[in-house]
Ligand binder design. Structure first.
Ligand code: COA
Ligand code: AMP
Length: 632
């Protein structure tokens, strides 16, 4: 049996043995009593009785082992012109002082701290500082607008918010403080303090006594020791888009997270201590949590924190520069970033300026790696395996991948590889029957999920069960559709629910619909993800006007676009809205989104048997046809 197949089989047949061995590979303050067990609610829990501290594992452990002078973090910011390196000792000291500052503000184990920050080293240290105290961080992506931030403040109820005066998007300075002020004002819950890191690109106005200046606060702080927490205690909440407008607070625990992520660094990414890893994502997304911050540090690697873009910072050679300059061995990025590079530099001519011999693996995730981009990458980087891997905020690490550190198998266009150890993946039809090779259906994972996956949603276990485990009892519903071929390669074809993926950003159509429906002229609406060559998908709004309203379509579109930018964020890329006479619905009034999606993508559409009135489809097709003709 191959090394991969052996690991996968053992993890399913003997989870206690397999994950017990993995647990022994990290350092605990107290080794767990049980490896896998069920709690009083029947929920699966990993490593009960274990005591550890995630920040100690990420930092102090290396310092105590004599590796304090090796590089932990490389901050590379074309946005500001800075390149700054932090050793493990330096990052530990920074983190310990931040933890002391938080403790002085009354933050203790179990308290929440919300982090709304750009890609700066202080943000990484802030996450680790929370972990050091056993406090629970909730990082909110800097691109979210004030109402989304307010919703997260109200749900997480943070004692303290850590933020910065601004972020930088290409050459544009985005002041954060006005957004934060608006969110705090809008939210019912009020934090006791907001600590603001002043950046020279834009200085924020601070309002005493709530607002504190980061540097003054830190100057007065004493270092804080790591606090021992239970393996099952929460490490963080990360909000992600669900099928409704209300985001889901994905909870991560300390023990399972540390074991799974530590294992993944060598087994999947082929990384060893002292080597350089770069995940070009944002700390606001799960990729940033797992593979900018925690996993590389657990493994003793140097992690690159990049505050820039693939293009225009300053050019489409930016990625090649960072890889060469810092000696990156494994690089992890979303395919959309390479589509942006390909558009500006189709033959990757800028690559010739750099020595990329350090690069051993290229990993992509966040959206499907479309075959044309896969082939472009293979041609551009001969000899470097291009490894697509599939995962979700909920799982925290790859569900499917190709294991560079165990057995690297042939990669195939369109496939993110094979189920990882611990994931018992199945493809089911609508009735729950298991499908054989090549048949497309719902991709599910049989319980129990492996360590690192979410044990619940923050203070909403009912929604956890309802959203993920009620459709097929005993199976985790991923929300993705796909199939597995006879050789075991899995193919993920896209979401089969109302979640969409725009440039590697996960968004809910419901979230945007709430904003669009708020417009005074709109009676009802549907937001649908449509195919886009660069971003993968982009949203399109279809709106039905209230009776008697006669608003100019172009003006309405402008207003709706502005409303979604202000209500959700510019990264939603909501740029188009069309007025339609009515929407296709079932007899019970549910909008037929899949039918709409097909219609918009120009696929053949047979009216479903549940449709209330099939005549609506040609009506909408006429609107779409006219819009396509009018498009530039
Ligand atoms: N703060 C404020 N605004 C932001 C933002 C942030 N953190 N991120 C994006 N935006 C804004 C952009 O400035 C842009 O604004 P504009 O409409 O005024 O020009 C808008 O949101 C659209 O953003 P996006 O679609 O992301 O395009 P982009 O040109 O800024 O960047 C990529 C293109 C490919 C670099 C970017 O989409 C990307 O990195 N995607 C990958 C995401 C990811 O890592 N996902 C995790 C899986 S690996
Ligand atoms: P997020 O929770 O933001 O990481 O988004 C998870 C979703 O992104 C998944 O449910 C998929 O729809 C999509 N996704 C992530 N990685 C891949 C991949 N490698 N192939 C296909 N879809 C992916």
């Amino acid at each position: 049996m191959s090394a991969y197949a052996n690991a996968h089989r053992r993890a399913l047949e003997d989870p206690q043995g397999f994950w017990g061995d993995r647990a022994r590979e990290i350092d605990w303050f107290r080794f767990p009593d049980t490896i896998l067990d069920q709690d009083e609610n029947g929920a699966w829990r990993w490593f009960q009785g274990g005591k550890l501290n995630t920040a100690w594992l990420a930092l102090d452990r290396h310092v105590e082992a004599g590796r304090g002078d090796t590089t932990a973090l490389i901050y590379d910011s074309p946005a500001t012109g800075a390149v700054q390196r932090f050793t493990y000792s330096e990052l530990k000291d920074l983190t310990a002082r931040l933890a002391g500052g938080l403790a002085a503000l009354g933050v203790a184990k179990g308290d929440r701290v919300l982090i709304y920050m750009p890609m700066v080293p202080e943000a990484v240290a802030a996450m680790l500082a929370c972990a050091r105290l056993g406090a629970v961080h909730s990082v909110v992506f800097g691109g979210f607008a004030a109402p989304e931030l307010a919703a997260r403040i109200d749900d997480a109820r943070p004692k303290v918010i850590l933020s910065a005066s601004c972020g930088i998007e290409f050459d544009r300075v985005i002041p954060y403080k006005p957004l934060l002020d608006a969110a705090v004002q809008h939210a019912d819950h009020k934090p006791t303090h907001c600590v603001i890191l002043q950046r020279e690109q834009a200085t924020a106005t601070l309002h005493a006594p709530q607002d504190l200046d980061w540097r003054d606060w830190q100057a007065a702080s004493a270092p804080h020791d790591p606090v021992a927490v239970d393996a099952t205690d929460p490490l963080y909440i990360l909000y992600t888009s669900g099928t409704t407008g209300k985001p889901k607070g994905v909870l991560r625990d300390n023990g399972g997270h540390a074991v799974a992520l530590h294992y993944s660094m060598e087994a999947i990414y082929g990384m060893r201590a002292g080597e350089v890893f770069w995940a070009a994502s944002d700390i606001g997304w799960v990729v940033g949590h797992s593979y900018i911050v925690y996993a590389p540090l657990f493994a003793g690697c140097a992690s690159v924190l990049y505050e820039g873009k693939p293009v225009r910072t300053p050019d489409a050679g930016a990625f090649w520069r960072v890889i060469a300059e810092h000696g990156v061995k494994s690089f992890f990025v979303a395919p959309t970033a390479f589509r942006a590079i390909k558009k500006e530099d189709p033959n990757a001519a800028l690559k010739a300026r750099y020595d990329l011999s350090c690069l051993k693996y290229l990993f992509v995730a966040g959206e499907r790696l479309d075959p044309p981009t896969y082939h472009w990458l293979k041609d551009t980087l001969p000899g470097v395996p291009v490894i697509d891997h599939w995962w979700q905020t909920e799982t925290g690490w790859a569900i499917c991948a190709n294991m560079a550190g165990v057995e690297l198998r042939e990669t195939r266009a369109g496939s993110p590889g094979f189920p990882m150890p611990g994931y018992d993946l199945r493809i089911l039809d609508d009735d729950g029957a298991e499908l054989g090779p090549d048949a497309e259906g719902q991709v599910v994972v049989r319980e129990p999920l492996p360590p690192g996956c979410f044990p619940t949603l923050w203070q909403d276990h009912e929604r956890f069960v309802d959203a993920y485990f009620s459709r097929y009892p005993g199976y985790y519903l991923t929300g993705d559709g796909g199939y597995q071929d006879a050789d075991g390669y899995v193919y993920i074809m896209g979401r089969v629910d109302d979640v969409m993926n725009v440039a590697g950003h996960r968004l809910s159509t419901g979230q945007m619909e709430e904003v669009v429906a708020n417009h005074p002229a709109v009676a009802e609406c549907a937001v649908v993800g449509i195919a886009d060559a660069e971003k993968g998908q982009v949203p399109l709004g279809l709106v039905v006007l209230k009776d008697g309203v006669n608003q100019d379509a172009a003006a309405l579109q402008r207003e709706l676009v502005a409303a979604v930018r202000e209500g959700v964020g510019a990264f939603a890329n909501f740029k188009r809205a069309l007025v339609v006479p009515r929407l296709p619905k079932t007899r019970s009034g549910k909008i037929l989104r899949q039918t709409l999606r097909k219609l918009i993508d120009g696929e053949p559409v047979a009216p479903p048997s549940t449709i209330e009135d099939a005549a609506v489809l040609p009506e909408i097709a006429t609107v779409l046809g006219a819009a396509a003709e009018a498009a530039p």
